[in-house]
Write a protein that binds this ligand. Structure first.
Ligand SMILES: [Zn+2]
Length: 323
């Protein structure tokens, strides 16, 4: 079983010239390829595996972050082909009505590009920028984005505390969108849409409250993130049978212990792109590996404009990864 991970899937649209997304046409092409080469894991076959059957052959489709794209474009595509998918959502956008920091970063970069965002920070918030040496050591070294984009993602996703990150990010977001940033309902699906996924036969599970990486959390904070998002999914969708999905694919022993103690059936990581094989009792059920869709043909992201270049920086970017 190949669990394949998707984020943004949408047709081309105006307003976000540097935003990386998987085009709906490529998504459809990739489904054609998967159907031809591997086949798909059905809801029944996946449930049978959870109940002790050997891992089925085929692709298990998974969609992260509770994005509006998933109800607007992914669900109709799956229904047309009678396919099953697992969808994981964060609870803070639905409970508190807030954009998550990780998505604010995507929107800022998508709107103005990395070099312009970095130039704004240098003018207005230089105290949060790391020194020259640290600038070269990003979590995104393997990605093909331009250096400014990688640095912005590294700063906001990994280096700053929420207290420092939040205000800087909000100011930058207002600058990027000329004081009218996207609304929560533009980005995420709501409770009714999440229920529509369940009603359509899809699996829906929690993906943390605020999409924070486990490495930045204390054990009580990890507990809060897992339990809050799980409670939300349970209360609103009456289901906790579809496991948990780790934000940024990151987990700790604490995360795994919390999930096991709560009776969660499994958890999805990102892993090294291995397949899930054999019986569930013989698999690392709280760190199941997934493949990024970009590892397969037609899975590379699109941009409205080519990736940005800036003076003195070398960009090799054609395939900026997500998150
Ligand atoms: Zn995510």
């Amino acid at each position: 079983m190949k669990a394949v991970m998707y984020h943004y899937v949408r047709p081309a649209g105006p307003g976000l010239p540097y935003f990386p997304y998987l085009s709906l046409a490529d998504f459809e092409r990739q489904l054609d390829i998967f159907g031809r080469d591997y086949g798909f894991v059905s809801r029944r076959a996946f449930l049978d595996w959870l109940e002790g059957a050997p891992a089925p052959e085929g692709v298990l489709l998974t969609f992260d972050d509770g994005l509006r794209d998933h109800i607007d474009y992914v669900l109709p595509a799956l229904l047309r082909r009678d396919l099953f998918g697992l969808f994981y959502l964060c609870s803070a956008p639905l409970v508190e009505g807030v954009l998550l920091d990780v998505h604010k970063v995507h929107l800022i970069l998508g709107r103005i590009g990395g070099p312009a965002a970095l130039a704004w920070l240098e003018r207005n918030s230089s105290e949060i920028l790391p020194g020259a040496e640290l600038r070269r050591q990003t979590h995104y070294a393997a990605q093909k984005a331009d250096p400014a984009t990688k640095l912005i993602k590294d700063i906001f996703n990994w280096r700053l505390t929420p207290e420092v990150r939040g205000p800087a990010l909000d100011r930058l977001l207002r600058y990027a969108f000329s004081d009218s940033p996207p609304r929560v309902s533009d980005i995420y699906l709501g409770a009714a849409e999440a229920r529509a996924l369940v009603d359509a036969g899809m699996g829906v599970g929690p993906h943390g409250h605020r999409h924070l990486p486990a490495s930045q959390l204390t054990p009580p904070e990890e507990s809060f993130e897992i339990e809050t998002s799980s409670r939300f999914v349970d209360e609103v969708l009456s289901t906790l049978g579809w496991g948990y999905c780790y934000p940024h694919g990151m987990f700790s022993q604490t995360s795994q212990d919390i999930l096991e103690k709560a009776g969660c059936p499994f958890a999805l990581a990102i892993g090294d792109g291995a397949d899930i094989e054999g019986l569930i009792r013989n698999t690392p059920r709280y760190s199941l590996p997934r493949h990024n869709c970009s590892a397969f043909p037609s899975g590379q992201v699109s941009f409205e404009l080519p990736p940005v270049h800036s003076a003195g920086m070398t960009s090799t970017g054609k395939e900026l990864g997500i998150a």
